[in-house]
Design a protein around this ligand. Structure first.
Ligand code: DMJ
Length: 570
C-alpha cells in the first residue's frame, strides 16, 4: 500500500493552515484562571513530596528473573474460559449484539437488527487463541449475515472501537482476509457523516442506515471528550489500509480542535461542544468520558512510530496536568489514586473546582498506560531495559513510571473484597468526610453500600478489563511475575463468582457479597478485552510485542507503522 496519498494530504493540510490558529478557550474556564493558578500552586507543592524514590517494581515483592515464556496451564485456562463464554453465546444468541447468559437470550442495540457487536468484538481473540473452528464460524456469520444497513441510534465511539476496531484487527491477524476490510470500509463510510459538524467534532450517535449523525439530546448535544478523541487509531489505520485520506483527515481534525481549545493545565473537561469545538464546563477525570482521551494521546504517538511529535507534546502536557492535579495519596496506607475535579458555581457566578476522591474502575487502565508512556515519551536513551533503569528515563519518565506502578497496586487493593473482584467505583477517605462504621478502617470504600440494603451501582463488577489490561502491560515492561500472580488471582475470582454453569459469564451486583447475585449480562468487552489481556498475560511475550503493536481501547491490536509524513497540525 502506498503512503503517497497521505504524504500529499499532509502537505496540503500544512499549506491550508493559517499561522496562529486562534485559541478557542471556553470563556468560563478562562474566567476561573486565577483559581486554577492557585490550584496549580497548591498541588505542585503537594506533588513534590509524592515520588521521591526510584523503585521500578513494588519494593516489598521483589523481582524474579525475567522470564517471558508462556505459562501454558494458566494460558490454557483462559482459553477454556473463552470457550465457555463463546460457545454459550453461539448456542443461545449467535449474531445478536449482546448476550444474557442467565436467561439464555440475546438482544440487539436497535430493533432493526444486530451489527455484530459481540461476534466482531470477539473474533481477534479467537485468532490469538488459535480457536480456528470458532473463528471460521464467526467469519461465516460475518460473510453471510452481518449488515450495517441498520436503522437506529448507534453510539459512534462504541461502534468504532468495538466493531470497526474488531474488523481491522481481524483483517490484520487473518493475514489480510479482504472480507474484514470490506466490512470495515462499509461501516466507516456510514459513520463518517458524524464529523460533519461546524467544529469537526463528531456527533455522539449515528444512524447507520441513513448515514446520518445524531446529537446526544440527553447531554444537550455535547459530546464527551473521550468519545470524540477515541476514534483516531481506527480511522487512521483504515486510511493507511485503503489509502483514502478522508478517514485520516476527519480523525485528525478532532485532535486539532481539542489542541486548539485545551485548558492551560493540560487537562480536559469531559464534555465538548461540537458547534464551536470548545470545552464545556464539566468534570475533569480519568474515569468515564475522560479516560481514553489520555490513552489515545499516547497511542497515537505510538501508532505512527513516534513520528508525530504533536501527540508527544499533548501527552506530556496532559500527564503534567494529571500528575499535578489529579493524583493523590490515601491517608492511611499512602495508596496512589486519582481524584476528579468537579466545577462548582457560587451564587455570585464564581467557579471553583472541588477535588473529589472518587475513582472509577475504568481508571485502572491508567497504571499500565503511565508505564508505557514512561518508556516512550519519558525515555532518555531511546531503547530502555526491562524493567527500565532510572538513568534510562527522564525525570518525567521516572515520575510516570512510579505513579503507574503505584496505581496498579492501588487497583489491586480495590480487589480486596469478599469476592476478590473490584467494584465499579471507589471513594478514598479524606479528612472530615464523615465516614464512620465499617468503611472507616480502610483507605477506600464503596459509597452508599449498607448491609441489608440493595447495593448501589458503584458496588458492581461488570467483567471489566482495565486492571488486567494494566497487568498485561506491566508484565511486558518488567517481566515481574508478580503481575502474572495478580492476574491469576483476578481470573480465579471471575471463575468462582461470574461463571454461569450452563455457559457464559455474568456481572455481579455487589463485589462484597457472597454468595453473589448476578446481573443477566455478559458485556462484549469480556471476550474482547478481559479474557484477551489475561490470555496475553500468560502467553509468550513474543506474541504481539508492544514494540510492534498498539492496542485500541477495546484491546484490538493494530500494527505500528511509519507513514513518513508530518502531522498536519502542530
Ligand atoms: C471498553 O469498552 C473500552 O475499554 C472503553 O475504552 C471503556 N471501557 C470499556 C470496558 O470497561
Amino acid at each position: 500500500m502506498s503512503g503517497d496519498g497521505l504524504r500529499q494530504r499532509k502537505k496540503d493540510a500544512k499549506a491550508k493552515k493559517t499561522s496562529g490558529t486562534p485559541a478557542t478557550k471556553y470563556p468560563e474556564i478562562s474566567s476561573i484562571k486565577s483559581s486554577i493558578l492557585l490550584f496549580i500552586a497548591m498541588f505542585t507543592i503537594g506533588f513534590l513530596a509524592l515520588y521521591p524514590v526510584w523503585e521500578p517494581v513494588p519494593p516489598s515483592r521483589g523481582v524474579s528473573a525475567v522470564d517471558f515464556s508462556a505459562d501454558v496451564p494458566k494460558r490454557e485456562a483462559t482459553v477454556e474460559a473463552f470457550k465457555h463464554a463463546w460457545l454459550a453465546y453461539e448456542r443461545d444468541a449467535m449474531g445478536d449484539d449482546e448476550y444474557h447468559p442467565i436467561s439464555h437470550k440475546g438482544s440487539n442495540l436497535s430493533e432493526s437488527g444486530g451489527i455484530g457487536y459481540t461476534v466482531v468484538d470477539s473474533i481477534d481473540t479467537m485468532f490469538m487463541m488459535h480457536l480456528d473452528e470458532e473463528a471460521q464460524r464467526a467469519r461465516e456469520w460475518i460473510a453471510t449475515e452481518l449488515s450495517f444497513d441498520r436503522e437506529g441510534k448507534f453510539n459512534t465511539f462504541e461502534t468504532t472501537i468495538r466493531v470497526l476496531g474488531g474488523l481491522l484487527s481481524a483483517y490484520h491477524l487473518s493475514g489480510n482476509d479482504p472480507l474484514y476490510l470490506e466490512k470495515a470500509k462499509d461501516l466507516a463510510d456510514r459513520i463518517l457523516p458524524v464529523f460533519d459538524t461546524p467544529s469537526g467534532l463528531p456527533l455522539s450517535m449515528v444512524n447507520l442506515a441513513q448515514r446520518k449523525g445524531i446529537s446526544d439530546v440527553d447531554n444537550r448535544g455535547f459530546v464527551s471528550t473521550a468519545e470524540a478523541a477515541t476514534l483516531q487509531l481506527e480511522f487512521k489505520y483504515l486510511s493507511l489500509l485503503t489509502d483514502e485520506e478522508i478517514y485520516w483527515e476527519k480523525a485528525e481534525k478532532v485532535m486539532e480542535v481539542i489542541k486548539g481549545s485545551h485548558l492551560t493545565t493540560g487537562l480536559a473537561s469531559i464534555f465538548m461542544n461540537p458547534e464551536d469545538g470548545r470545552f464545556v464546563l464539566s468534570a475533569i477525570r480519568l474515569g468515564s468520558r475522560g479516560d481514553s482521551y489520555y490513552e489515545y494521546l499516547l497511542k497515537q504517538y505510538i501508532q505512527t512510530n513516534l513520528s508525530e511529535p504533536v501527540y508527544r507534546v499533548m501527552y506530556d502536557d496532559a500527564m503534567n496536568g494529571v500528575l499535578t492535579h489529579l493524583v493523590q495519596k490515601s491517608q492511611k496506607a499512602g495508596l496512589t489514586y486519582t481524584s476528579e475535579l468537579i466545577p462548582e458555581r457560587s451564587m455570585g457566578g464564581e467557579i471553583s473546582w472541588r477535588l473529589t476522591p472518587k475513582q472509577d474502575h475504568l481508571v485502572c487502565f491508567f497504571g499500565g498506560s503511565l508505564m508505557l508512556g514512561a518508556i516512550t515519551t519519558g525515555s532518555a536513551t531511546g531503547k530502555v531495559s526491562v524493567p527500565p533503569r532510572a538513568d534510562e528515563l527522564t525525570e518525567q519518565g521516572k515520575r510516570d513510571w512510579l505513579a503507574g506502578v503505584e496505581l496498579i497496586e492501588t487497583c489491586m487493593r480495590t480487589h480486596d473484597t469478599a469476592t476478590g473482584l473490584s467494584p465499579e467505583i471507589v471513594h478514598f477517605r479524606i479528612p472530615n468526610d464523615g465516614i464512620d462504621g465499617s468503611g472507616a478502617a480502610q483507605d477506600w470504600y464503596i459509597k452508599g453500600a449498607r448491609p441489608g440494603e440493595f447495593p448501589p451501582y458503584d458496588a458492581r463488577y461488570i467483567l471489566r478489563p482495565e486492571t488486567v489490561e494494566s497487568l498485561f502491560i506491566a508484565f511486558r515492561l518488567t517481566g515481574n511475575r508478580l503481575y502474572r500472580d495478580y492476574g491469576w488471582a483476578i481470573f480465579e475470582s471471575i471463575q468462582k463468582y461470574c461463571r454461569i454453569e450452563s455457559g457464559g459469564y455474568a456481572s455481579v451486583v455487589n463485589v462484597d457479597e457472597v454468595p453473589v447475585r448476578h446481573e443477566d449480562k455478559m458485556e462484549t468487552f469480556f471476550m474482547s478485552e478481559t479474557l484477551k489481556y489475561l490470555y496475553l498475560l500468560f502467553e509468550d511475550a513474543n506474541v504481539l510485542p508492544l514494540s510492534q503493536y498498539v492496542f485500541n481501547t477495546e484491546a484490538h491490536p493494530f500494527p505500528i507503522f511509519h507513514p513518513s509524513i508530518r502531522t498536519g497540525f502542530s
